[in-house]
Each structure stands twice: as structure tokens, then as C-alpha cells.
Design a protein. Structure first.
Length: 71
């Protein structure tokens, strides 16, 4: 898979570890991801991840399905 710049992107199948510590949300994931977010940033990120996860699942399901021509 490649990103919008055409660079190859690794897609990881496992979810990240997420823990609340000392008033911050810590995310640890593959490829040395280690991020600490404010609770507000974590909540907004969670919403964005959920929305884009649903969108990506739809893209995967519709891949190869013919689409009607645009007028």
C-alpha cells in the first residue's frame, strides 16, 4: 500500500496498546510508536480513528465493484 505521496506504507494488523497514566493517554504501537496525548486529543483521535476505520472497511469491501459513470 502507498500513501498520498506514493511512498510505500506498512499496514499493521494488530491494534495499539492504550493506557491512561498520570492524566495523559499513552499509545504504544508497532514500529516504535509511543505517543502521549491529552485526554481531549485522545478523545478526538479516537473519533477520527473510528470514522476512518469504517471508511477504510467500506473501501475494502467496494474494491473492484463497478461504479456508475458520472454525468
Amino acid at each position: 500500500m502507498s500513501d498520498e505521496t506514493g511512498d510505500e506504507t506498512t499496514v499493521y494488523p494488530d491494534p495499539s496498546e492504550v493506557k491512561a497514566r498520570e492524566g495523559a493517554v499513552h499509545v504504544e504501537g508497532p514500529d516504535a510508536v509511543d505517543v502521549a496525548l491529552t485526554p481531549e486529543a485522545a478523545e478526538e483521535t479516537a473519533l477520527r480513528l473510528e470514522n476512518e476505520g469504517v471508511r477504510a472497511r467500506g473501501q475494502r469491501r467496494l474494491k473492484g465493484v463497478p461504479r456508475p459513470a458520472k454525468d
